[in-house]
Ligand binder design. Sequence first.
Ligand SMILES: [Zn+2]
Ligand SMILES: [Zn+2]
Ligand SMILES: [Zn+2]
Ligand SMILES: [Zn+2]
Length: 110
Amino acid sequence: MHEAASVACPACGRCPACGEQRIPREELPGECDDCHVPYCDGCGRCHACGKHRPLDLEPCACGHPNDPEKVTALEKSSGIAAPPPSPSGCWGVALILLVVGLLALIYWLS
Ligand SMILES: [Zn+2]
Ligand SMILES: [Zn+2]
Ligand SMILES: [Zn+2]
Ligand SMILES: [Zn+2]
């Protein structure tokens, strides 16, 4: 998963917009200056302080991240938005629980 707003992905050093390798993997800073903890391979963060691997790069040839519209589009496409739970589903569950409760009550009363 790339960080859409950063100049390059802190995990892999690629441009999040065009995918160009902006900085060779071996030149990515290895560990956090403050905590001396290696940056995570998965998210490019220091898991001790939560800071992103700092990448001192010029904006990419494709214009990233100087194009706010593209950044917003990227953020939208990369965010795995979970569909909101449908209210009908919740009502269905509530109804089933109600029926089960009523049946239990009738059973208990008889
Ligand atoms: Zn990446
Ligand atoms: Zn690019
Ligand atoms: Zn991580
Ligand atoms: Zn740190």
